[in-house]
Ligand binder design. Structure first.
Ligand code: 5AD
Length: 359
């Protein structure tokens, strides 16, 4: 897939032709990662945040939400629930909460790993190199950090606050997306790395989105999460204020296209059908994502008392459902499309065509 082809598909509106794209992506998914859908139980451990990301509902200065940080016992109980539901992975996610101390979380990671041997994914924002190392040594396996955009100007507009220690003490790397820099650090430490973008974030052009998809491949990302941008009323970013040519639409269809093109560009990567996609199309968003290239679902395990407080965007799917109900829905959905629930950690495999090892 070259950029010209990606762009042509992103602009394509003909439903019949798009069916061909989705079919091809589904075939490639089947061939490279098989029919298993791996489940990653999401635990939203804290909504405190020290950043002002322009798109995000839990940004620091949003005073209309109540902040919480789960206790270690609450987090470990969620991990036990993941084990009970036979998930292979838990994902601990939070705002960029600097009061999550490295040692405190390391202890939780260590205990969960020891008791459950689940794969552990972290998604805690831009932290110090040392924190990343401590958590890896405690037993974490993977780290998610969406780079959000490869366009340096757009990156600056939507991330107004700071950049990681001015790109880890600079060395003229100021125009680098700090998150791409961090992803490479994380990989060197030994994490499997995940990233992604929002489809249709204000300021994103077709050209930018095509570059983002190519960057997933170039950086060789293990896990790629893409979901539609959903406007949050407590943020300043707004599609109505944007006046650029070629703004990408934040629709479900554009998200399906992005998932399909990402699968074709990165056949072996793990790609979730995201909660944001289920949010804008409650009826069939998640299912359609799975049918056009995705192979992962991240069911929410966060206790209901906290769920509504982790509102990065409004009307989040599952906000009123407990972990049992969400799990039942997910299991039914997987059965209904004739796929299997993945057993085990579901790590990304390399150079592997399903069922037969490549030389
Ligand atoms: N709409 C859609 N996705 C969002 N995210 C944050 N805010 C929004 C929003 N308003 C995504 C970002 C972030 C991930 C955790 O959630 O891409 O990296």
């Amino acid at each position: 897939m070259n950029k010209k082809q990606i762009l042509a598909w992103l602009y394509e509106k003909d439903k019949k032709k798009l069916e061909q794209l989705f079919f091809a992506a589904n075939e490639i998914r089947q061939k490279y990662v098989g029919n298993d859908i791996h489940l990653r139980g999401l635990i939203e451990i804290s909504n405190y945040c020290s950043r002002e990301c322009a798109y995000c509902g839990i940004h620091k200065s949003n005073n209309s939400i109540q902040r919480y940080r789960m206790t270690s016992k609450e987090i470990i109980d969620c991990a036990r629930l993941a084990k009970k539901f036979k998930y292979g992975t838990i994902v601990m996610q939070s705002g960029e909460d600097l009061n999550i101390k490295a040692e405190w979380l390391a202890d939780i990671i260590y205990k969960i790993k020891k008791e459950t041997s689940l794969a552990i994914t972290l998604s805690l924002g831009e932290r110090s190199y040392n924190d990343f190392k401590i958590w890896k040594e405690a037993g974490a396996d993977r780290y998610l950090l969406r780079f959000e955009t490869t366009d340096p100007n757009l990156y600056k507009i939507i991330h107004p606050s700071k950049s990681i220690e001015t790109i880890r003490q600079n060395e003229n790397k100021l125009n680098i997306n700090p998150r791409i820099f961090i992803l490479k650090e994380l990989r060197n430490i030994g994490y499997a790395i995940g990233t992604g973008v929002m489809v249709g974030v204000p300021g994103q052009t077709y050209d930018t989105l095509a570059n983002d998809i190519l960057a997933f491949k170039e950086i060789d990302i293990d896990m790629i999460g893409v979901g539609p941008y959903i406007e949050h009323p407590d943020t300043t970013l707004s599609i109505n204020k944007i006046n650029i040519n070629n703004q990408v639409e934040n629709t479900d269809e554009m998200t399906y296209k992005t998932i399909a093109l990402t699968r074709l560009a990165c056949p072996e990567s793990n790609i979730p059908s995201t909660t944001a996609l289920s949010t804008i199309n409650k009826k069939s968003g998640r299912k359609t994502g799975l049918l056009c290239g995705a192979n992962i679902i991240m069911p929410n395990l966060t206790p209901l008392i906290y769920r509504s407080k982790y509102e990065i965007y409004p009307n989040k799917y599952g906000i009123d459902l407990n972990a049992e109900d969400i799990n039942a829905n997910v299991v039914n959905l997987i059965k209904s499309i004739g796929r299997n629930i993945g057993i085990g950690a579901g790590h990304r495999t390399k150079n592997h065509i399903h069922g037969l090892k490549q030389t």
